[in-house]
Design a protein around this ligand. Structure first.
Ligand code: SAM
Length: 316
């Protein structure tokens, strides 16, 4: 299983890994970015790699094996990074990376149910499997339950909110109609229902793209995790350390952009407040005024990179 790390040179340029440095890869996945950080912080830089997915961590362990004792892998949620690191006696770090979204492993493994390109059970949970490192309860909600048990209004809201799907209402209506005949159990069934619900040629991408994205975000509470993850990350950084965040759609990018802006501001009083009363101190400097995008060559070599955006903030 292979996953080409996205914007990897750019991440290394910002993180500037150094010997003795300690770095958190909050979404270690199959270990691509972690391997690059370890290579660039030789001989003794360290990486703590966190992921919700135990299957990914098993592969990352194989990929990072050559780096000996310089890395630790932790099964958990980056939103609870502070608690997870406390258990590993780490209190401050030199840099943090979040490379959001799904990995090639998750997308290309049919039984994980993430993709309309493979027939599999409607699952979409990132945190399958168990580990003693967990701080929170296991997510048990699957896409199967969401699709078969939610009301039409809730489904439409999920498709609109997390997929920015124009035909949310029509699709939700078709889903409810179809499940009255038989439960919708597979990715292929759902993809077919969505395809029939939207006008032909309404979209350049597969018609089920937005619905699958929406369900995945909902099942894994991805946006809530991102908000909490950004807030726990900044206090863990040493002064001068960078937080790099790679996003893959506008909902994520908006959250990162606005959070960075708030953290960088000297005043967060409501507009038109005559004098500043907030006493807010900026905690970061925004390094990327505009997001960094992959080059044409990178997109050619790795089409998955095409929607990636990298934003970086440096702790003051
Ligand atoms: C795009 S992949 C990361 C790929 C990785 N950078 C590499 O080079 O192989 C995203 C990973 O983040 C994980 N993930 C998503 N949300 C998470 C969260 N809140 N906490 C921990 N891991 C998360 C997913 O399980 C997935 O393995």
């Amino acid at each position: 299983m292979h996953h080409i790390p996205v914007l990897c040179h750019e991440v290394i340029d910002f993180l500037k890994p150094k010997p003795n440095g300690v770095y958190i890869d909050g979404t270690v996945g199959l270990g691509g970015h972690s391997a690059a950080i370890l290579e660039n912080s030789a001989p003794d830089g360290r990486v703590i790699g966190i992921d919700l997915d135990v299957e990914a961590l098993a592969i990352a362990k194989g990929r990072l094996g050559d780096f000996g004792g310089r890395y630790s892998l932790v099964n958990g949620n980056f939103a609870e990074m502070d608690v997870l690191l406390e258990r590993h006696s780490v209190h401050v770090v030199d840099g943090i990376l979040f490379d959001l979204g799904v990995s090639s492993l998750q997308l290309d493994t049919p039984h994980r149910g993430f993709s309309f390109n493979h027939t599999g059970p409607l699952d979409m949970r990132m945190n399958v499997g168990r580990s003693l490192d967990r701080t929170s309860e296991e997510t048990t909600l699957t896409a199967l339950e969401v699709v078969n048990d939610s009301t039409m209004e809730v489904l439409a809201d999920i498709f609109r909110r997390y997929g920015e799907e124009r035909f949310a209402k029509q699709i939700a209506g078709r889903v409810v109609q179809a499940r009255q005949q038989e439960p919708i159990k597979t990715t292929a069934q759902l993809a077919e229902i969505v395809k029939r619900a939207v006008p032909q040629k309404a979209s350049k991408v597969h018609p089920a793209t937005r619905v699958f994205q929406a369900l995945r975000i909902h099942v894994n509470t991805e946006l809530e995790n991102l908000v909490s993850g950004l807030d726990v990350a900044i206090p863990l950084l040493k002064s001068g350390g960078c937080l790099c965040v790679i996003t893959f759609h506008s909902l994520e990018d908006r959250i990162v952009k606005h959070r960075f802006q708030t953290l960088a501001r000297t005043c967060i009083c409501p507009p038109k407040t005559p004098i500043c009363i907030c006493e807010h101190n900026p905690s970061v400097e925004i390094i990327t005024k505009r997001p960094v995008l992959p080059s044409g060559t990178e997109i050619q070599q790795n089409p998955r990179a095409r929607s990636a955006k990298l934003r970086v903030a440096r702790k003051l």
